[in-house]
Design a protein around this ligand. Structure first.
Ligand code: GLN
Length: 537
């Protein structure tokens, strides 16, 4: 038994009702109460990690500082709680089963039959307990993906049920989040789905200690009382979360209903308050902003905005900090041609070309980069975006018309983006990328360094290919200069164009490090110049 307290959050009725954000918001108020919080997600699918899943299906892959490719909910945890998480924070069925099968092949089970209970459940509990010991947190928060009743989440629910037996009642707290639908015709909220969901949870041995009800509007105390009665919960442990215009309001909504006190009461914590005053000021400032800044996001997965979740959050953070509300125009890169590019980008104050994989839509991005370069439109290129900036420059300034990345054409005579032979053996797609933190040194007399106001820092990566250093001198002679590099392997990490208000490409993903109250310098730079551009137009 450890001294750590554990909070388990399960979902009921349907998915997609903001369980991750609610969970992350609770983390923030507990942190502001003075506790060290660690967060993890248990995902029941069989992929080892989301690294090889299509952004169309699963949204963005969030990368932690230690290079784990994880669920986008971890991004919410980092942004709200302001912690740096790790591979320990992300456990999938695939990861659990792979470990068990490896152990079984090595004969480590001593001839016994390997079963879901106890072997799979033990392994899941081990991951949770390891998170507690490695993080040294006062509270480990565990979100179980999916909804109660899914076949594949059963081993996870069984494992968290057993945690109460092992860690004790006072050290474990179960929160269930459900949907309370509003029926338009009868104009009433219905709690029946919640009652059923709690019943299902009970049938597997978990009695929730607190219920969070998601609904269109704020629920009345009568509805909360009804849920408390039917689900056998203290009335003050029923919390209502209505739809919100600004997701950063959520910690305040939870705090106003004393969610942290409910948790503290259960854990027998001392009486203190969660100081949310700075957060409250931040949300107030956000709400007061009226002026807009219009940013075009040129990507290939734009039909699913979740594929660029951290990028759009980082744009928001930087815009709010500069008293603007960002309006993102989602532009399908495949639809951009030489002839229509000016029209497509009309009225935009700035552009962003985010990360991506595969050849589809590349030429459209190159056209957008050309248009931004020639017309002084602020542009931030991230990862693939840096590679596009390099390709466009080689084609249109250096005159290498077939210049490209070897990701798109292995035969090109000008592979300005290539891979390093020690990095990738060309076989497996999973786990062969440059992932996680790597050192970035910033060069003097560059706009990038002026923005960072640092000599060096760490940034997170997720890519296979790199800028080909054989071409560096030629680029620099023609005005695209290296503003940041990795000293260990001498890799170009940032390019910036001279004599342009803001034309910067970075090989890493700055969006993962942006926080609502601490925007990333590169995003701040982009928005600052975009605001200037909008004032001039
Ligand atoms: N496809 C490119 C690479 O693997 C860029 C990856 C990205 O944008 N995350 O290098």
């Amino acid at each position: 038994m450890s001294s750590t307290k554990f909070i388990f959050v399960t979902g009921g009725v349907i998915s997609g009702i903001g369980k991750g954000i609610t969970f992350a918001s609770l983390g923030r108020i507990l942190k502001n109460r003075g506790y060290k919080v660690f967060a993890m997600k248990l995902d029941p699918y069989l992929n080892y990690d989301p690294g090889t899943m299509s952004p169309f299906q699963h949204g963005e892959v969030f990368v932690t500082q230690d290079g784990a490719e994880t669920d986008l909910d971890l991004g919410h945890y980092e942004r709200f709680i302001d912690v740096e998480l790790s591979a320990t924070s992300s456990v999938t069925s695939g990861r659990v089963y792979k470990k068990i099968l490896n152990q079984e092949r090595k004969g480590l089970y001593g001839g016994s039959t390997v079963q879901v209970i106890p072997h799979v459940t033990n392994e899941i509990k081990n991951y949770i307990k390891r998170a507690a010991s490695e993080s040294g947190a006062d509270i480990v928060m565990v979100e179980v993906g999916g909804t109660v009743g899914d076949i594949e989440s059963e081993p996870f629910l069984e494992a968290i049920r057993q945690m109460r037996m092992e860690e004790g009642y006072d050290s474990t707290f179960y929160i269930h989040l459900t949907l309370v639908p509003f029926i338009d015709t009868s104009e009433e909220y219905k709690t029946k789905p919640t009652q059923h969901s709690v019943k299902t949870l009970r049938s597997i041995g978990i009695s929730p200690d607190l219920i969070i009800l998601r609904s269109k509007g704020m629920l009345s105390s009568e509805i909360k009382e009804k849920v408390a009665l039917f689900c056998d919960i203290r009335k003050e442990n029923v919390i209502s979360v209505p739809d919100l215009k600004n997701i950063y309001e959520l910690p305040l909504v939870l705090e106003d209903q004393h969610l942290d006190q409910a948790v503290a009461r259960h854990f027998k914590f001392d009486d203190r308050i969660s100081d949310m005053s700075k957060w409250r000021d931040m949300v107030k400032r956000m709400d007061e902003v009226t002026e807009k800044v219009k940013i075009g996001l040129i990507g290939k997965y734009v039909k699913l905005h979740d594929a660029y979740l951290s990028v759009s959050c980082a744009l928001q953070h930087a815009s709010y900090a500069l008293n603007r509300k960002v309006e993102i125009k989602w532009i399908e890169s495949e639809s951009i041609t030489k002839d229509n590019v000016a029209k497509k980008l009309e009225g935009l104050d700035g552009l962003i070309i985010p990360g991506g994989f595969g050849i589809r839509g590349i030429d459209g991005m190159v056209e957008a980069a050309r248009c931004a370069r020639e017309n002084n439109i602020p542009l931030l290129g991230i990862c693939l975006g840096l590679q596009i900036i390099a390709i466009e420059f080689a084609r249109n300034i250096l005159g290498y018309s077939d210049a490209t990345s070897i990701e798109f054409n292995q035969e090109t005579t000008h592979p300005v983006i290539h891979y390093l032979s020690d990095q990738y053996d060309g076989i497996d797609l999973g786990g062969t990328m440059r992932l996680g933190n790597s050192k970035l040194v910033l060069k003097d007399k560059t706009k990038t360094k002026d923005l960072y106001k640092l000599n060096e820092t760490l940034e997170r990566h997720r890519h296979r290919y790199e800028f080909n250093s054989l071409y560096k001198n030629e680029y620099e002679k023609n005005g695209l200069i290296e503003a940041g590099f990795n000293p260990e392997r001498n890799l170009t990490e940032v390019f910036e164009l001279k004599n342009h208000p803001f034309y910067i490409g970075c090989q890493f993903h700055p969006e993962f490090k942006s926080r609502p109250d601490r925007p990333h310098p590169l995003f701040l730079g982009l928005i600052e110049e975009s605001i200037k551009a909008s004032n001039n137009s």
